[in-house]
Design a protein around this ligand. Structure first.
Ligand code: FES
Length: 217
């Protein structure tokens, strides 16, 4: 009964994910379903044996345990390594030192530009002459935010209309509930440079105005 409930919940999650998570999820499901079948066979063997202990039923159940451990390991990879159905940006990293990613001339006002830095998708946007850099993947279901739009200094997700503040990546409007990764920006010799913001320098303890947020041009 528990396996049925877990399979239903897993199937709903699996229908929403992309490769490579989809393939890992399918393997995870295959192992868990196989383990459940082994447990059922072991149960039936014991039943027919009137619950007398027997090596056959034990061996079949042992196979089930081995399979369920493999399935559990893959489930752990999905959640703790890939962040599936937690936060699409759960384990994002980025440059720790300022890294040049484009030139100022390549950024038009209000244009959403997606770049890849250290294998991470980053969204660049210039609003009122200030350049902001945040993660380019919506924390909700992973929509490409470069297909969204800028609304009142926020980026609006194209799929379910969550809004994230460009200053600090925080959620301004759901359904998303996790912030976006945010990057510090600077301009050096007309080059736009960014680095991962490791702590939120936007608001001080009283939540007052931005201290370090974006580069101006
Ligand atoms: S994917 Fe962005 S709000 Fe749902």
């Amino acid at each position: 009964m528990g396996a049925l409930a877990a399979a239903a919940a897993g199937l709903v999650d699996w229908m929403e994910v992309d490769p490579p998570e989809k393939a890992i999820g399918a393997f995870h499901a295959t192992l868990n379903v196989s383990a459940t079948l082994f447990f059922m066979v072991s149960f039936l063997l014991r039943w027919f044996e009137h619950w007398r202990p027997g090596w056959g039923a034990f061996a079949v159940a042992l196979m089930g345990y081995v399979l369920v451990m493999g399935g559990g390991y893959l489930g752990g990879i999905l959640v703790f390594h890939l962040g599936v159905m937690i936060n699409r940006n759960a384990y994002r990293s980025g440059p720790e030192d300022f890294t040049t990613i484009t030139t100022v001339g390549e950024l038009a006002e209000d244009e959403l530009k997606r770049v890849v830095v250290h294998e991470q998708p980053v969204l660049l946007v210039k609003v009122s002459g200030r350049i902001h850099a945040v993660g380019a993947v919506c924390s909700h279901y992973g929509a490409p935010l470069n297909e969204g739009r800028v609304v009142d200094n926020t980026i609006e997700c194209p799929w379910h209309a969550s809004r994230f503040a460009l200053e600090d990546g925080m959620v301004v409007q759901g359904p998303a509930c996790a912030a976006l990764p945010v990057y510090d920006c600077r301009i050096v010799n007309a080059q736009v440079q960014i680095k991962m913001r490791t702590e939120n320098k936007v608001r001080d303890e009283e939540g007052s105005m931005p201290i370090t947020t974006a580069a101006s041009h």
